[in-house]
Design a protein around this ligand. Structure first.
Ligand code: ADP
Ligand code: MG
Length: 624
């Protein structure tokens, strides 16, 4: 008879039952998957030991698509079916894509729902489907190396990605059967990778020059808390542009004109190989052996000096965007303590030199610039699935573009400014324009310009059933809520009657106005029931704001200006608010907010008196 097994006290039968979560860097050129094992973040290889998965998918008739290196081999001989740089097409409308597509060898077609599709031998494929095929391979790789099912993934996106592009990325993950724990800005992920390794304080610029995108982010780091002060960059600038510059120069050297697609790709590949080699050697040859379809012209020699002159104008663009982003954060170059380099193109020596010149200090390159984003994402994933009990990491991302509403005269009223930390909720009150007006169009826009026509239209919905009143008498509160992934929900409520409407701003992928209207109608039906839930959210946000402000004030002046008993009273009321905030009764929260505000009245006026006294005494006034 078999003996029953009993585990040792304090040890469960499966002592290493951890939740497997991965970080995924879904790049324009390469993608990576990483995880945290035994406290260390590491990227995961495929069965052949390669870590970088080329972001390339080749579709075939009646066969599964090839993904990665296998697909990459057919970039020249099967160009129309071999999809590269699909990240540039994510969340774009047909118009954007056609413009971008001029330099791409694909055939695009609008599909029923307006999403642009690519013609392949295996049928029409959307950019979301292509990305899903890449993600699926990464998830499988994760499961194979971890030996278990994934609970979820943190997927990184460029800081510049708008709502539609973020949603498209999420959709791709869902299609691939991956649970998205969080979308994370790539530069923030890089800062996580560096910041947790060396606990430095200060201001950091993350310079991410990849294959197709340039992102610059300015972060403030303080004891494990990162705050993104500003983000900027160029969603169409990167190593691909270096390759094109080199290829164009080669064509000039050899009077080459009218290349067909395969030849273009061949030449670009040669250019890229030469460029990459030049970060090791000082000169190299571009060889045309194997030049498809024609007898090969002579080799062209490219040296570092020539390369520098070709790269400089492109790097200059990145540096201009960098300076602008620093200005956005209200900082000068000298105030940046460290510069983190991310992305394969920062291996180019010229890029490192120019960045060092701008900041007057050498940039950080100690973590592999190809892997740093995936490693940071893996750390964040590990935290989000609760594998790091007690270790709290607070990540404050910012909104890349302002969000606002259309007001009379085709003007945009900003409700949340760009670079506001997310998640965030903001409300603003609007009113009616005409006597007896009973409905109002809420038109949600994204962008920095003042006129509606210059901003991107995200969504439009109507608030109906406003009781007829004189113009300007109705009070309509519009609330914008952006979640941690940067996705937006907008609600509008007439305060007297309580009529309300909410819309989840589903990005439109270039949908027509009519299609958008249909989508919106569908979301109206269950609007009224959400009212209570919304009030609750609003009160919770209010409670958080108050608690935070009081905590800061107590920290600064509590001991100096209050007796022990007074301090204790405030703390007790704060605790009561925290309890109320955790419940689901928004009236209870409102009530406790009032109680706490009263309890701190006296403290507030003492702080005011105190700072005035100090000002009169000619001392520096902090913390007014
Ligand atoms: P993405 O995140 O956009 O996918 P990556 O960060 O993977 O891009 O960077 C890919 C780019 O880096 C390509 O343009 C590639 O040519 C370039 N690159 C890689 N190694 C080097 C090198 N040694 N010197 C210059 N550029 C390089
Ligand atoms: Mg990248």
């Amino acid at each position: 008879m078999a003996l029953l097994q009993i585990a040792e006290p304090g040890q469960s039968a499966k002592p290493h039952q951890r939740k497997f979560a991965v970080g995924i860097d879904l790049g324009t050129t390469h993608s990576l998957v990483a995880t945290v094992r035994s406290g260390r973040a590491e990227t995961l290889p495929n069965s052949l030991g390669g870590h970088l998965l080329p972001s390339v998918v080749r579709y075939r008739l009646d066969e599964l698509p090839q993904v990665g290196s296998k697909a990459l081999q057919h970039v020249v001989d099967d160009a129309p079916n071999t999809i590269m740089s699909v990240k540039r097409l994510m969340g774009r409308g047909l118009q954007d894509v056609t413009r971008l597509g001029e330099s791409m060898p694909y055939v695009f077609e609008a599909c029923e729902d307006g999403m642009p599709m690519l013609h392949t031998t295996a049928g029409l494929k959307s950019p979301v489907q292509v990305s899903a095929d890449i993600l699926r391979v990464l998830a499988q790789r994760g499961e194979a190396s971890l030996g278990g099912e994934l609970v979820g993934a943190v997927i990184t996106v460029p800081a510049y990605f708008d709502d539609a592009q973020r949603q498209a990325t999420k959709d791709a993950a869902t299609l691939a059967g991956i649970q998205v724990l969080r979308l994370l800005n790539e530069p923030t992920a890089a800062a996580v990778a560096y910041g947790l390794d060396n606990e430095k304080q200060g201001t950091i610029a993350v310079f991410d020059l990849g294959g197709g995108t340039f992102d610059i982010s300015v972060l403030r780091m303080q004891k494990g808390v990162f705050q993104v002060l500003s983000t900027g960059g160029d969603s169409a600038l990167g190593g691909d542009d270096f390759d094109h510059a080199i290829a164009d120069w080669v064509c000039q050297q050899r009077d080459i004109v009218n290349l067909n697609l395969s030849q273009q790709r061949f030449l670009l590949r040669q250019a890229r190989t030469a460029k990459e080699a030049l970060s090791q050697v000082s000169a190299t040859d571009l060889s045309f052996a194997g030049w498809p379809g024609v007898s090969c012209p002579l080799d062209v020699e490219l040296d570092r000096e020539k390369l520098n002159s070709l790269l400089d104008p492109i790097i200059a663009k990145a540096l201009r965007a960098t300076k602008k982003t620093l200005r956005d954060a209200g900082l000068g170059v000298a105030e940046v303590d460290q510069v983190v380099m991310v992305g394969g193109s920062t291996r180019a020596i010229r890029v490192q030199e120019r960045v060092a010149e701008l900041f007057d200090k050498p940039p950080l390159t100690s973590i592999d610039p190809d892997r740093v984003v995936a490693l940071g994402a893996a750390r964040q994933a590990d935290v989000l699935v609760g594998n790091q009990a007690g270790e709290e990491m607070l990540l404050l991302d910012v909104l890349p573009l302002s969000l606002g509403l259309e007001t009379m005269g085709g003007l945009v009223e900003k409700v949340i400014d760009r670079n506001t930390p997310i998640p965030v909720a903001r409300a603003q009150d609007f009113t009616t324009y005409q006597d007896g007006q009973t409905a109002m169009v809420v038109h949600v826009l994204q962008g920095e310009r003042d006129l509606v026509q210059d901003c991107r239209s995200l969504s439009r919905f109507e608030l109906r059933g406003i009781p007829p009143m004189a113009a300007g008498a109705a009070k309509i509160r519009v609330t914008f809520q952006v979640d941690a992934d940067g996705l937006l929900e907008v609600s509008a409520r007439e305060l007297a009657s309580g009529v309300a409407a909410t819309i989840q701003v589903k990005p439109s992928y270039g949908l027509s106005e009519n299609q958008i209207a249909d989508m919106i109608k569908a979301s109206w039906s269950n609007v009224a029931e959400d009212r209570g839930a919304r009030s609750l959210r609003e009160q919770q946000v209010e409670a958080d704001r108050l608690l935070e402000a009081i905590a800061v004030a107590m920290q600064a002046d509590g001991e100096r200006l209050l007796t022990t008993v007074e301090q204790q009273t405030i703390v007790t009321q704060m605790e009561a608010l925290i309890v109320a905030r955790g419940g689901d009764d928004h009236h209870a929260i409102t009530k406790q907010i009032d109680v706490l505000a009263k309890a701190t009245d006296e403290f507030a006026s003492r702080r005011m008196d105190d700072s005035i006294k100090r000002a009169l005494a000619g001392k520096a006034v902090d913390n007014i």
